[in-house]
Design a protein around this ligand. Structure first.
Ligand code: PLP
Length: 417
């Protein structure tokens, strides 16, 4: 039996993420009637406010009691018909799983194989879309943030590729590990279907699959012949119109979501993106300048601000690092999945996080690596991350200067009390 380790578990998998205490408390509710006249106050407010997180004013957001995978399925089956052609790129376990689902649901997927560590191949997409003069491709899939490899793709670039080809295909985006952590602009990029789950940037437990849809996606419902029932948006639209759901909603999750949205708006989306980038840069400094290891992401343009996959040296099994970190130091790191199993371990740096929390993960990973024989210099990762964070602003400049003015005013005695 595993011995008890005192103190808290350090959860640094890239989802589920740490849940803020406020969200935990908001979910501690007695069950109530989801058909009461009061319930729509809650449901309408979260459905409306989620639009701000997707950055859409023209689209509509839906919540399913599922995980992100359910929202993947809802996106596909509500807008496509069996045999429809879909363009997708495979460069990690999650882009792979979405392709696998599309194939199992009976769509004809044109798969572009990409080296794991890179992202959506914009030039290939542009060539394929331009060559598709008869517009047989009905959907273009793009995984915004490939959680398995720590790679972020350029969704604005995918939109440009579609526009350059004057192609009418629907743009589907997996924003499971990017939404509310990395900038995502549904209206500006004219994303038609955007998928996420509750357990990442939204800082909730797993249990909600969330789908943003454009008006163009909604107008595709009538012509889409895929079989669907539980995930039928038609049923959802009817029920949501008055603030209800076609089945029993996950009530505590909705209360938790209300609180997580409050927290997100208090910090501000742009500041959240800034914080994620700043924290991620510190982790990347630990990996490259400190440990002298490599990221799975092949070039800076692919670096993810929500997760880093760290390549372990030849002859070392990454799973061993993760197991030692967990059993010896009470630290949960992300495993290498599929093609990169054993070759990487991952540090999730998304959600409710700050520098000192991340230093725990970096120190724990460092000790676990030393324990399994990886020759990193003790303290080097922690030192490099500290150096980065100490020499960079933790909040955007405009806020720093406001704070500086405040402190200056205090130190010169111009504010009393
Ligand atoms: N897509 C990405 C990018 C993910 O990271 C995940 C899960 O980690 C999923 C999809 C699947 O989401 P879920 O596990 O919530 O079904």
């Amino acid at each position: 039996m595993r011995r008890r380790i005192a103190g808290r578990n350090f959860l640094f998998v890239p989802g589920p993420t740490n849940i803020p205490d406020r969200v935990q408390r908001a979910m501690m509710v007695a069950m109530e009637d989801h058909r009461s006249s009061k319930f729509p106050e809650l449901s309408m407010s979260v459905l409306e406010d989620l639009k701000k997180v997707f950055k859409t004013t023209t689209g509509q957001v839906f919540i399913f009691p599922s995980s992100g995978t359910g929202a993947w399925e809802a996106a596909l089956t509500n807008t496509l018909s069996p045999g429809d052609k879909v363009l997708a790129a495979r460069f990690g376990q999650f882009s792979h799983l979405w392709i696998d689902m599309a194939q199992r649901l009976g769509y004809e997927v044109q798969v572009v194989e990409v080296e794991w560590g890179e992202g959506v191949p914009l030039e290939r997409y542009a060539e394929i879309l331009t060559a598709d003069r008869r517009h047989e491709i009905k959907a273009v899939l793009a995984c915004h943030n490939e959680t398995a490899t720590g790679v972020t793709s350029d969704i604005a670039g995918v939109r440009r590729a579609l526009d350059a080809a004057n192609h009418p295909a629907l743009l589907f985006v997996d924003a499971v590990s990017s939404l509310a952590s990395i900038d995502f602009r549904m209206d500006e990029w004219r994303v038609d279907l955007a998928v996420t789950g509750s357990q990442k940037g939204l800082m909730l437990p797993a249990g909600l699959g969330i789908l943003g849809t454009s008006q163009k996606a909604l107008s595709a419902l009538a012509g889409a012949n895929s079989k669907r029932c539980y995930f039928d948006l038609g049923d959802m639209i009817k029920a949501n119109a008055t603030g209800y759901f076609p089945y029993t909603p996950a009530l505590p999750m909705l209360y938790g979501l209300r609180e997580s949205l409050n927290i997100i708006f208090e910090e501000g989306l742009e500041d959240i993106f800034f914080r994620h980038h700043y924290l991620a840069e510190g982790v990347r400094a630990a990996v490259t300048a400190g440990w002298r290891l490599q990221l799975c992401a092949k070039a800076p343009k692919w670096y993810s601000d929500t997760v880093s996959a760290i390549v372990v040296p030849e002859g070392i099994n990454g799973a061993h690092v993760i197991d030692v970190a967990f059993r010896r130091y009470n630290l949960a790191l992300g495993a290498g999945l599929a093609k990169v199993a054993g070759k990487v371990f991952r540090i999730g740096h998304l959600g409710d996080l700050n520098e000192l929390m991340l230093l725990g993960a970096i120190a724990g990973a460092e000790m676990a690596m030393l324990d399994v024989g990886i020759k990193v210099t003790p303290g080097s990762g922690v030192a490099a991350a500290c150096e980065y964070w100490r020499s960079h602003d933790p909040i955007p400049r405009r806020k720093v200067s406001q704070e500086e003015q405040f402190y200056e005013a205090h130190s010169t005695g111009s504010i009393q009390g």
